[in-house]
Design a protein around this ligand. Structure first.
Ligand code: SF4
Length: 186
């Protein structure tokens, strides 16, 4: 009688899109054929490219793109932290605030809302009010580490596909990736 085989346990990987332009996820897709190799090694359990609505429990590695710009991002990031063993700040916006944090110089979120919605409505009353359309903006945009503990940082705007691939191979092998001397901002 043949022995029963142990089930293969594959690392559970997620990617999350907060306040960013999605360029980091575009770079993720630019791993091209290496995605097939990764697909054989890990389970992608949540991602904007996987259309799953609820962030799952018990995730091994989550790459988080973007800064924390609104209340929805804040809620999501805390949920990701609770459910993830290794949380990676994925790209310059997640690491430093980068482009979304430029508006911090204005002091509060009000000038942004005025310019994007209220001033525009003076010219075109058919533009809808922002209430109920966009999540409430935070007055200050923050990088991830100012909100939750971050386990690894991958700078770049966006990070290159080569670095994303190297990070994932390290992370799913249980190593904390370090990009000192290998990755640059911008
Ligand atoms: S780091 Fe660059 S590419 Fe990534 S979300 Fe921010 S602006 Fe976009």
């Amino acid at each position: 009688m043949s022995e029963a085989k142990e089930p293969v346990i594959r690392p559970r990987v997620a990617t999350v899109w907060l306040g960013g332009c999605s360029g980091c996820h575009m770079s993720f897709l630019d791993m091209d054929e290496r995605l097939l190799d990764l697909a054989a090694k890990v389970d992608l359990v949540y991602s904007p490219i996987a259309d799953r609505k609820v962030f799952p429990e018990d995730v091994d590695v989550t790459l988080v793109e973007g800064a924390v710009v609104n209340e929805e991002n804040l809620h999501m990031l805390h949920q990701v932290r609770r459910n993830t063993r290794m949380l990676v700040a994925f790209g310059d916006c997640a690491v430093t605030g980068n482009v979304p944090a430029i508006r911090n110089a204005l002091g509060t979120a009000l000038p942004v809302l005025d310019r994007a919605y209220r001033d525009a409505r003076l010219l075109n009353p058919r533009i809808p009010a922002e209430d109920g359309i966009v999540p409430r903006l935070l007055d200050k945009v923050r990088p991830l580490h100012q909100v939750v503990k971050v386990d690894a940082f991958l700078p770049g705007c966006p990070p290159s596909p080569d670095l994303i691939h190297a990070l994932l191979l390290d992370a799913v092998a249980g190593k904390v990736p370090s990009f000192a001397g290998r990755a640059i901002f911008g």
